[in-house]
Design a protein around this ligand. Sequence first.
Ligand SMILES: Nc1ncnc2c1ncn2[C@@H]1O[C@H](COP(=O)(O)OP(=O)(O)O)[C@@H](O)[C@H]1O
Ligand SMILES: [Mg+2]
Length: 261
Amino acid sequence: MAAGMIALEHVSRTFVSADGGRIEALRDVSLTIGRNEFVTLVGPSGCGKSTILRIVAGLILPSSGTASIEGSVIREPRPETGIVFQAPTLLPWATVLDNVLFPLRMMNRMSPDSAERARTLLKLVDLAGFEGNAPRELSGGMQQRVAICRALVHDPDILLMDEPFGALDALTREEMTLELLRIWSERRKTVLFVTHSIPEAVLLADRVVVLSPRPGSIARVIEVDLPRPRSFDQEGSPAFQGAARQIRELIFGQRHASRAA
Ligand SMILES: Nc1ncnc2c1ncn2[C@@H]1O[C@H](COP(=O)(O)OP(=O)(O)O)[C@@H](O)[C@H]1O
Ligand SMILES: [Mg+2]
């Protein structure tokens, strides 16, 4: 069997809304993500992107079908997984440094060099000097960078990211994108990354998974045939433009896509 690090097999998920109605979020999603692969997930708002991530993170279970990591069914959050949510979700009463160290404390994996590792990560995202601050003293973008450090502190094999750069300004966003690619290429992680930015989806990915509107199912999987290391200079290349155009057509339909191209 090829190393299918993450496998979703016929995954469906239905929610019960506050008024008792049923919301079918995902319908029959099957997807295999290989070890060290970088996969991005795009699709219209409400199509189930976050639901897929939460299933892989072990935060919720599928209504039917199975999700597994290396053949073992995901039933709860796992230590080999790191997750970054769209909102930073930091502990308000803890310092920046303690927020980054939180997963290690939870997993009882603190070691003498843990604090140093957390500081190195904070430096990497330009937050050296803020270790002792409270989250409320930081901007939204800075808080999100803390959350990214927190997801990386235990060096997880699998990184799940739900629109992690949404709150960042354009320049920081570009910087973080390149930084993430650098970390990924150095530490060889399996990444599942949700974004609503088509250029971001293409620039990062080995494969872009395009979801249909709710109930979310896979409309198409697009291979991105661009050399690595990637850079923003590649955005003008025919391969990049072709992939972006295909995705736009799938999401917005043909007419809009040709106008936007
Ligand atoms: N806990 C929940 N209870 C009820 N409905 C939910 C819940 N979580 C998600 N949904 C619904 O499921 C659909 C998919 O949600 P989500 O995965 O957050 O979409 P996306 O991330 O693609 O915007 C939406 O219609 C959303 O309102
Ligand atoms: Mg979402």
